[in-house]
Design a protein around this ligand. Structure first.
Ligand code: KG4
Ligand code: ZN
Length: 333
């Protein structure tokens, strides 16, 4: 099918997002309710709180998206929702709302994998590459490298053994006294910092490995913060050095994957892809001849446009799920 108007819901974690696309893939609505405020006193996401927030917001967000697109509910011809992986309670709210919507106006529903959403956040944009490409998805919950083949099949090539890159940003930021989520704050402080000042450990340097590990970096950062009693400038230098290390680590492995699979296109996504150092370092790969696609910053962090884009591609292939669509916490494909 080729839905004239497609509505998509993303509620896998702490953002309650709704988007509407037309059949051309144009974004008619892109709304998001962030839960940073209720979770920040806890320094991370509290799952039970997240699902209650989604429940309170979801209908209002769908309403806001319909208003933004100037559409009536019964003009929507297909609906999609993230159904895996994520926090079960949060996923349930978005998927169940989508089922009710689909059943009420008798339209097809499709469950979308959150990582497929991140990988296809730019799908349809003029500079978005045709597969095969390597995907690097780095967020608060994921740090992994994927191969997306000609048929858009996704294979995981390597992932973190412990913390995700965003988790490392958030946890180290907390040690520095920065508010949650700290990635953006570290990025801002790093703008006036000296990235050469502090040396951090890099795990799995070996060319063979496509795995990441950020727990050693976290421990090193903790010891440095305790020992050094950083002043304001040193804090900025620390942030600049930290994000430079994380960026180099992430991109070095992505480059190994590109070379190993003889692919010259790289798509980066997930909240950490909004990081200015990663965006700057991507230029080095471009200068080496690789095509590097980075979504605009607001579509790096969780959003529903990415779910809508992934869904539009699948609906056009004739796929749909059904009203028994399950939710899953795990990221297995
Ligand atoms: O993709 P996302 O919104 O949610 C998950 O699926 O996890 O990513 C959120 C993560 C947080 O860890 C946040 O600190 C990080 O992305 N982040 C950043 C930046 N903006 C968001 N990390 C580094 N630099 C940034 N500018
Ligand atoms: Zn995400």
């Amino acid at each position: 099918m080729n839905p004239k108007f497609l509505l998509a819901i993303e509620s896998s974690c702490d953002d309650c997002a709704v988007a509407i696309l037309n059949s051309e893939g144009d974004v008619l609505a892109d709304v998001i309710h962030s839960q940073i405020k209720p979770h920040s006193p806890f320094g991370g996401i509290v799952p039970e709180l997240a699902s209650r927030q989604h429940l309170a917001r979801i209908a209002l967000m769908v309403d806001a998206a319909l208003k933004q697109a100037a559409l009536q509910p019964n003009q929507i011809e297909a609906i999609a929702a993230t159904n895996r992986p994520g926090l079960i309670g949060s996923l349930l709210v978005g998927v169940q709302f989508a089922k009710g919507f689909a059943q009420a106006i008798d339209i097809p529903i499709l469950g979308i994998h959150h990582i497929e959403g991140h990988l296809l956040a730019g799908f349809g944009e003029p500079d978005f590459p045709k597969p095969p490409f390597i995907g690097l998805i780095v967020s608060g919950g994921h740090s992994a490298i994927y191969l997306v083949d000609e048929a858009y099949h996704i294979t995981t090539l390597g992932q973190t053994r412990d913390d995700a890159a965003g988790e490392a940003f958030d946890k180290i930021g907390r040690m520095l006294g920065l508010p949650y989520p700290a990635g953006k704050e570290i990025d801002a402080l790093a703008q006036e910092g000296d990235a050469q000042r502090y040396a951090f450990p890099i795990a799995f340097r070996s060319k063979e490995s496509l795995e990441y590990s950020f727990s050693g970096l976290k421990t090193a950062a903790k010891l440095m913060i305790e020992k050094l009693a950083l002043n304001e400038q040193e804090k900025k230098d620390f942030c600049a050095s930290l994000q430079s290390t994380i960026s180099q680590t992430l991109l070095a492995k992505a480059k190994i994957a590109l070379q190993r699979h003889n692919v010259d296109k790289l798509v980066i996504g997930g909240g950490v892809a909004a990081n200015s150092r990663i965006r700057a370092d991507a230029e080095i790969l471009r200068a080496e001849g690789f095509h590097v696609y980075l979504p605009e910053k607001k579509h790096c962090t969780d959003n529903a446009v990415m779910i809508a884009r992934a869904a539009l591609r699948r609906f056009k292939l004739g796929e749909e799920s059904g009203l028994d669509l399950p939710v899953r916490a795990s990221s297995a494909y």
